[in-house]
Ligand binder design. Sequence first.
Ligand code: ADE
Length: 272
Amino acid sequence: MMALSRTFDRPMTLSLPRIGVMAAMPEELQALLEAMPNQQPVQRAGRVFWLGQWHGHEVVAVLSRIGKVAAATTTTILLTEFGVGEVWFTGVAGGLGERVRVGDVVVASALVQHDMDASPLFPRFELPGSGVSHLPVCPDRVARVADVVRWALSPKQLALGGALTDVHLAELGLPAVPEVHTGLILSGDQFIGSAQASGALRDALPEAMAVEMEGAAVAQVCHDFDVPCTVLRTISDRADDDAHLDFPRFIESVASRYALAMVSALLAARQG
Ligand code: ADE
């Protein structure tokens, strides 16, 4: 028992808090784990948390699991059992913003649970009891993260890191240089896959850039624990009727490589 609790203590020798890195897809987690030396698996609540060090930082990497409740549980365990003081989430999302293309990346500046509706008791989207619907991310953090991600996903850096050397983005109908947007991300327990559903979200929240299934839940838990949260999403589809992309191929050949490039660059850029 003693040894276990020692493992989970916040590291005393490093000035920065341990980071929890959550990946939405197994392929993304696998790409991260291959780059993280000497990880140690620890099981909790049917999940495997991978403890290791990467670029001199203490990291706990884990599959988020899909949907808001599952991701909130995973986040709570990261914060309460592993003592992480910062959470990063990487995954894919459907694009909602007009200029947000498949292959681009969105860094969340705020997150909303689009399926939260306790009206007429509370305004639509408001988290009951909290008085807020939009969970904000500190603007300085968003700007810093977006700068590092733009650099990490520049053609030169991707080529240097060996990412995408065997992938022809044009063949997948993707932009050669992904645009990195910052803005509102929506989360809900539905895959949005019709023009009608995405249109309804755009009508209700016109500033929304992307839609996914976990980010706002992770942000809510982090907000309650007063821990910073970063959500990065690679756009895999336009949340409409058009399945113009081979999803598994996109995850394997693009999203997981972007996740690795982004997380690695953010860790390397992290300072005390
Ligand atoms: N993740 C990736 N694409 C998505 C979509 N269209 N809706 C919800 N989650 C997603």
